[in-house]
Design a protein around this ligand. Structure first.
Ligand code: KG4
Ligand code: ZN
Length: 341
């Protein structure tokens, strides 16, 4: 086996507000570099125009750092994988044009990668933990997406449920904003929730057809609840922040887990994975582990560094694409919308 040349892939991610690059040698990560844009904090959310400008500033230093950390020269690369979509078009254009130009100058394939597939494929990085066997069910929860996916192969994804409005990450971020917490609010709500009582405040659960999700009603419910209580006591949020965060997190997790359990039962799937930024949530990780013990599931939860946007997930998706014989496509344009199935 030793005489087979390994694939060395540079992965570039720029779909939202993280400029990220990683180098992978077959399925082992050699480097994983992320520059998170802090400029959006002042606006309480990602400003697309500022995001693409910040990507332009960071892309060269981030790629350079990833190659240096991996101790790999550009000439050693087998291919460059990049996020083609979905995401913010201006941001995608920075990473995709950079990746395509660099690949062309090195005369190697440029591999267009689907961002949400890559979140799932991060499970195939060899980090010592077992990869999920096919078929498996993946709850993919990020700032832009919330999907229940049946994964039959590294290139075969079927949506069994998805959000009809806001994504789970958005629900966390918007609730955080209402409580005056800084952007991105998801991690903030999560850590405050650890010290609160999840049953102290009750929020509504949505009624949605099939196994789809909805978070916009919850958002309105939280807003009305906060406003009503603030009229009685202007310091209501400050006095109850931990309990409020715990109750918001509890409700979001309940909404996610209900559909996950139903779909797993219906599809007879016992290998259950999490993916996407919200899979970093301590409460969600714990809830999944607890259900797994009760229902006999085997669970696959990514390492924290592979939950939120990163270059490694793009690099592993690129490696798997090379394995399946992909040759790359230089003429494919970045796209803000791109279906997964
Ligand atoms: O996957 P990701 O990095 O970017 C997108 O593809 O959207 O996900 C970002 C989302 C944000 O909404 C962020 O608040 C959320 O993931 N997030 C969390 C946690 N860490 C990140 N949400 C809840 N708890 C966390 N610990
Ligand atoms: Zn993402």
């Amino acid at each position: 086996m030793d005489d087979i040349e390994p694939f060395i892939v540079l992965g570039i991610e720029s779909s939202c507000d993280d400029t990220a690059a990683a180098v992978i040698k077959n399925d082992k990560i050699l480097s994983n570099v992320t520059s998170t844009q802090t400029i959006h904090e002042a606006y309480g959310g990602v400003v697309p125009e500022l995001a693409s400008r910040a990507h332009q500033k960071s892309i060269i230093p981030v790629v350079d750092a990833a190659l240096k950390k991996a101790n790999i020269s550009p000439r050693e690369l087998s291919a460059i994988a990049y996020t083609r979509g979905p995401g913010l078009l201006g941001s995608l254009l920075v990473g995709s044009s950079f990746a395509k130009s660099m690949a062309q100058s090195l005369d190697i394939p440029a591999l267009p990668i689907h961002h949400m597939k890559a979140h799932v494929l991060a499970h195939f990085i060899d980090d010592g933990s077992p990869a999920p066997p096919f078929p498996f069910l993946c709850l993919t929860v990020s700032g832009g997406h919330t999907q229940l996916l049946r994964v039959d192969a590294t290139d075969s994804f079927h949506i069994l449920g998805e959000t009809i409005d806001d994504a789970a990450g958005e629900a966390f971020d918007k609730a955080a904003k209402m409580m005056g917490l800084p952007y991105p609010g998801g991690p903030e709500v999560d850590s405050l929730a650890e010290k609160g009582n999840p049953l102290s405040h009750t929020f509504t659960r949505p009624k949605v057809d099939g196994h789809n999700f909805s978070f916009s009603g919850l958002k309105t419910n939280i807003l009305n609840y906060i406003e009503k209580n603030r009229r009685k006591d202007p310091d209501f949020v400050e006095k109850n922040i931990e309990d409020l965060c715990a109750s918001v997190r509890y409700t979001i997790i309940e909404i996610l887990m209900k559909e996950l359990i139903e779909v797993a039962n219906e599809q007879n799937l016992e290998h259950i994975a999490l993916a996407g930024g919200v899979s970093a949530n301590i409460g969600l990780r714990r809830a999944l582990e607890e259900k797994a013990v009760e229902l006999g599931w085997t669970t696959y939860i990514p390492r924290i560094e592979y939950c939120t946007d990163n270059g490694s997930m793009i690099a592993i998706a690129g490696y798997l694409a090379l394995l399946s014989g992909e040759k790359g496509q230089i003429n494919l344009a970045a796209t803000a919308r791109w279906k997964i199935d």
